[in-house]
Each structure stands twice: as C-alpha cells, then as structure tokens.
Design a binder for this molecule. Sequence first.
Ligand SMILES: Nc1ncnc2c1ncn2[C@@H]1O[C@H](COP(=O)(O)OP(=O)(O)O)[C@@H](O)[C@H]1O
Ligand SMILES: Nc1ccn([C@@H]2O[C@H](COP(=O)(O)O)[C@@H](O)[C@H]2O)c(=O)n1
Length: 430
Amino acid sequence: MDSKSVEDMIEGLSGFHFSGFHMDGSKLNNIEKPTTTLAIENVHKQPFIIGVAGGAASGKTTVCDMIIQQLHDQRVVLVNQDSFYHELTEEELATVHEYNFDHPDSFDTEKLLDSMENLRHGQAVDIPNYDFKSYKNSVFPARRVNPSDVIILEGILIFHDPRVRELMNMKIFVDTDADVRLARRIRRDTVEKGRDIGVVLDQYSKFVKSAFDDFILPTKKYADIIIPRGGDNHVAIDLIVQHIRTKLGQHDLCKIYPNLYVIQSTFQIRGMHTLIRDSQTTKHDFVFYADRLIRLVVEHGLGHLPFTEKQGLYILVWISVRGYAVYQLLEVVRVWRMLCEHVAKGSRLARFLFIGKVRTTVSSLFMKNYHKTSQKGMCCYWILFSARAIQLSKLFHYLQERVYRNPTSYFSISYPHLRVYMWCAKASQE
Ligand SMILES: Nc1ncnc2c1ncn2[C@@H]1O[C@H](COP(=O)(O)OP(=O)(O)O)[C@@H](O)[C@H]1O
Ligand SMILES: Nc1ccn([C@@H]2O[C@H](COP(=O)(O)O)[C@@H](O)[C@H]2O)c(=O)n1
C-alpha cells in the first residue's frame, strides 16, 4: 500500500489538472444569469436551532445543560422561555396566586420572536433575566446573548406558537412522569424559590396540572425526539448530540441551498465510512465498501435528476482527500467514474480537477476553465479537496453564480462523514 497521503501529494501540486471535453467559449455570453444573487462574502451562517419542551420540572434545563456540555467545541447558547414572561401589572401582582403562569398568554411571544430574528441574522440580543421571586424581569441586568452556531430554546410552551416552532431545526420533548415532576417542583419551589409548600400545591392543582394537559402535552406531537426520563436518559442525549454534530457539518450548505439533499446517516453508512477510512482495511474490502457507498450516492442522486434528453447534466463529486492513501483515492475515482459512465449512458465524461487549497485556487480555476465546459451531455468534475465547510459553501456559491447558470435546477447530495458531495445541474438551454 502506498503510504503517502493524497493530501500531501495534492498539496505538492502546483495548480490543477484536468482532462475531458471542451465547450466552445463563444457560447458563454448566452448563458442566463442566476436568479439567486447572494454575494459570496455575504453568505451568512445560520444557527442550528433546537427547541426543548416538556412539563415544568421535567428536566428540560438539565437535558439542555448536558447537550451544551457535550457540544463544548461549538458556540451554543441557551434561551429560556421564562425570560419572556410578561411583567405583571400592580393589580396582577396584588393577586399573584390567581395568576396562571402556565398559560400561553403569560409569555411575550412577540418579543421572543424578535430576539430570535436578531440572533438568526447575526445580531447580539439582550435577554431579560426573569426573577421568580419578584415576578419581574427588570430586577437583574439583562443577559447579552451573541449569535452562535447552535441556539437552544427551552420552555414549557416553546412548541405552542407555530411561528416559534418553524424556527426550529430540531424539536425535543422531555417526557417525565407527572408524579416525578410534582416531587421535583415541590423541592425546587420551596428550596430555591422560598415558597410555601401549600402555595406550591395550590398552584399545581389550580393551574399547572390542567395547563400541562391542555397546552403542553398537545405539543408533544410536534417533537422530532421524545426523551423519556430526561437527564437520566444518557443514550438519548448521546444520540441527539451525535445528530446535532452531523447536522452542523452540513448545516451551512443546507441552509444556503434549500435544494441540497443530504443522505440520511444510518449505522450501515457510518460503518462503511469507518471501514474505508481505516488504514487496516484490506484493499479488497476497501474496493467493496467504496463501491457500495458510491452506488448509494449515485442512485440517490439519480432520483433527483431533472434530466431530459435535451438537457445536460453536471455531476460534481467532491472527495475529501484527508486520510486517504493514493491507491484508495484512485480506487474511489475509478469506481465513481465507472458508475457515472454507466448512468450517463454513453455521454462523454470526465474532468478531473485537483485542488490543494480551495480558497486560493478556486477563482482562478473556474475563471480559466469554465468556458471549456460542455453545454451538452454530461460532464463529471472530480474535485479532490481539503477544505473547511465554510470554504465549501463559498465554493458552492461560486459555482452556482459562475458555472451553473440555472440555480433552480441544480441539486446536490452529500455524505455526512465522508464529505462526498454530488452536484447536478441542468446545462444552460440553447
Ligand atoms: N434526572 C434527575 N434526577 C434528579 N433530579 C433531577 C433530574 N433532572 C432534573 N432534576 C431536578 O429537578 C428540578 C427541575 O429540573 P430542571 O432540569 O430545571 O427542569 P425544567 O427545566 O424542566 O423545569 C431541578 O431541581 C433539578 O435539579
Ligand atoms: N413567576 C413564576 C413564573 C413561572 N412559574 C412556574 O414555572 C414553571 C415553568 O418553569 P420551568 O423552569 O419549570 O419550565 C411553570 O410551571 C410556572 O408555573 C412560577 O411558578 N412563577
């Protein structure tokens, strides 16, 4: 086995190589302009928003803390729905034991939406610090929350308003037995909030129990994940964190390109990824598993092709070279090529682009060569790269703007772990 890393090899290359068929450069001017005009520099990273709902004292905060702890290498912020309780009027304060803190109207949802909108657009917000003792949100200074990679929205009724739900990329419901919730609530409200046990029980029977049945439990159906036993459920939390990590890896591109298809990561796919990246894997096994993975991608992609006889298709295959030995990479390229030739049914194929540092070479690369791209038949680009996600998103955008002139018809799919992206696009129509 050749032990030299492909990355080393590519880093050593000056520029790129390509082979394949060429397009008449004079046709370039006829190509239509993209309808999407995000400037590369303005590609804004959208946060991944997670909603965590469940009854009072079900363990929502505990679950959020555990997720945040495990995502220590990401910028994560927690926003509590409690922070958006309405200020009580003097009248309401005078009869506070008659006030229903578990009703959806007790929250200032407009303010919460405003804050989320700002955070989503990269602006810091000041979130009030609610004081459970004085029932006011102006006693303590507000907390400055900066835009982050992940925002966790937590609260009993956080799934109640559809506008808030729509913000969420992932919804979790913490499902804990009513008796456990009540026991925890009694301890918390008497010890931490200094309340009388009689008052706590009265509030529970007057408002909390019925509000759970009427408003909170009905939102459970919106959850993507239901966690029984809250913070005791380490398996569920591990799986959630793993999923968030996977999503974060793809997140930039998915958010920027709504027609980006990501193949769902299954145990089988992850297993195959692990095997083909293991230096101990034999050549025979490598070929076998690489072939299976690539077939999956190609077959998945074919299901999305907007292909008609008169249109050309481009398939762009990104192969992250990190960690591959040369023979492995050549094998991947061989299998991809074979499969694409097979599916393209005789179309002319193959353009190989080797990019060492995407950021520095991409513009000159495409400026120099996109005019050579065919407008008919199928063209297959192979880009072997070592780039971070943000660079990738810029490159995708660049391609959309400068190479694929019809953004409504392109699509791409990716493997979460291997970072193989396939991008197909209608060629410009003539
Ligand atoms: N798994 C658990 N075991 C024991 N106590 C817990 C557990 N999860 C939470 N608690 C306690 O229950 C109370 C409520 O938990 P918390 O996570 O704040 O719930 P929520 O945010 O849903 O109100 C807290 O005092 C917390 O320490
Ligand atoms: N002044 C207040 C405000 C709210 N509550 C109760 O808090 C519960 C929600 O908070 P969790 O952290 O448990 O989700 C809710 O059941 C309200 O009744 C309160 O007691 N006093």
